[in-house]
Design a protein around this ligand. Structure first.
Ligand code: SAH
Length: 264
């Protein structure tokens, strides 16, 4: 097993991989060598080896609290050297389409508002609203995603691409916003887009994980496959999309990244 010589946070533990939805984890688990599970705080943490790297894979379940508490366990029980969140998101920015991939550059909790005591979106007593993703980690995931999406036909097949209207999937790097709401009306996504014009995508976990990782000094980045436009059609064919597009992307991107970069 390779151990990267100088992990950026000084830890030499496994790479933590979190997903919110069961299908995403179920594609990854059969690939783990020497897989063992440990149950902590109502979560099953799967340790093992994937493409030569020690990993811990866990289903956080949906939402910011679920994701934050899972992240604390990854850090305190497993001493992870980095955390990657893989999942789906709704697109906010114009031009970002179903089947594209967004890698986080920074993350913000769009439903936090302690104004006028603190500026809108600022997490009280941290002085921060936007939590940066780890630059090297995000760069590695961007490279892997770009390589994987260069041949979408090989990964998805023509029938699936046509079913979801995917033609030339793009990879973006920028702001991802998170909140405890599934954004599924055009009215709500318009409000978000106006308030946060540089937000590329909206989901329900990433910025919470980013905050915890920032506080513990652990490198973090998120990759999100766009499953919907966060509008009135957002919940159509969700399960099918996860199974046929998102899971395949996530597994391929994570495996390429682990084998290329040695994790971090
Ligand atoms: N209808 C789904 C519910 C999934 S909740 C089901 O039947 O299972 C949405 C999950 O996908 C969350 O983990 C969230 O991070 C992500 N997500 C995808 N699109 C989203 C959107 N438009 N708004 C918020 N979260 C979204």
């Amino acid at each position: 097993m390779n151990t990267p010589s100088s992990p950026s946070n000084g830890h030499s533990g496994p790479v933590g991989i979190i997903a919110a939805l069961h299908q995403e984890i179920s594609e990854l688990l059969p690939l783990l060598l020497d897989a063992r599970s440990v149950r902590i705080g109502s979560r099953d943490f799967w340790t093992g080896e994937l493409d030569g790297q020690a990993v811990v894979v866990v289903l956080s379940r949906i939402g910011k609290v679920a994701a934050a508490s899972t992240t604390v366990a990854l850090i305190t029980h497993f001493g992870v050297r980095a955390v990657v969140f893989a999942g789906v998101a709704g697109a906010l920015a114009p031009g970002v389409s179903v089947g594209d991939v967004v890698v986080s550059a920074e993350l913000l909790q769009h439903d936090v508002d302690a104004s006028p005591l603190f500026p809108r979106w600022e997490i009280p007593l941290t002085g921060m609203a936007r939590f940066p993703a780890d630059t090297a980690l995000a760069r590695g995931l961007l490279e892997s995603a770009t390589a994987v999406l260069a041949d979408p036909q090989a990964l998805l097949g023509a029938v699936v691409m046509q079913a979801f209207g995917i033609t030339e999937p793009q990879v973006y790097n920028g702001l991802i916003v998170s909140g405890d709401r599934f954004v599924c009306t055009s009215a709500e996504s318009t409000v978000l887009r106006q308030a946060l014009p540089d937000a590329l995508a909206v989901e329900m976990e990433g910025a919470a994980v980013a905050q915890v990782c920032h506080e513990w000094g652990v490198p973090f980045a998120a990759i999100r496959t766009i499953s919907d436009r966060a509008d009135d059609a957002a919940s159509v064919d969700f399960a099918q999309f996860i199974a046929e597009v998102d899971s395949r992307y996530s597994v391929a991107i994570l495996r390429k990244w682990l084998s290329m970069a040695g994790g971090v």
